[in-house]
Design a protein around this ligand. Sequence first.
Ligand code: OAD
Length: 250
Amino acid sequence: MPEAFNGQLAPELLRYLRSAQRVAVLTGAGVSAESGVPTFRDAMTGLWSHYRPEDLASPEAFAQNPALVWDWYAWRRGLTEAAAPNPGHYALAALEQRFPTFTLLTQNVDSLHQRAGSQNVVELHGNISLARCSNPACPASRTPAPIEAERSCTICSAPLRPNVVWFGEALPKDALSMAIQAAETCDILFSIGTSSMVYPAAQLPDLALSRGAVVVEINPDQTPLTAEATYALHAPSGVVLPALLAALQV
Ligand code: OAD
């Protein structure tokens, strides 16, 4: 059983954080759990209980049944658009103001960090509110646009697809290189609300550790990162992050 966070933050962690110049934060679905957005590894409910996300979020699934994949994303988009940022998102937006360099690397596609006021956000897995052409040779495959009713590209007629990264696909090049740079140059990296199972995002904390940075995990559960992290705070991010912000303000 992981040791629960008791509201106290290690004084040496706070000291380190107060003097940090470059902060990197990696977030995953757990950060939005308290906003009511289901995480990826939660069992799916209702209509979707017979599917696994891995069987819907893939190029193969889209090729086989684009309508089914679109319906699933429309359901997820409905949830994310109806959701509001939670205290964890707001605390991250406030923390950004305290450091000269602060880069928020998110695996989330729900825009909740931006809606909470975070500015320097790198979306590693795309954004669920945008669509793009599924034909990689078409210019519209590089210019995502808000999702409209029509489902095919006005330039080449190929089907439009959600602007998200699917299993088996590479991350957007620019986002990945910004993430690697942030992990390689930060003083401290927070890994928050992610199961640390999906690569290459899961490699970023290792990269930071290998360069001598402090790595802090915030997650109610244990993950493959827990044993390596410098600090592991086992509680919801909506509890730990406001506590961290308050402690820094004292
Ligand atoms: P997961 O669903 O794999 O993991 C969510 C993590 O959040 C788990 O470790 C939970 O313990 C933790 N968690 C739950 N509630 C929390 C809370 N209130 N505060 C903090 N942590 C909490 O989600 P990700 O790690 O984001 O990729 O998944 C990574 C990627 O796998 C996703 O971006 C998606 C998925 O396949 C693609 O679609 C490419």
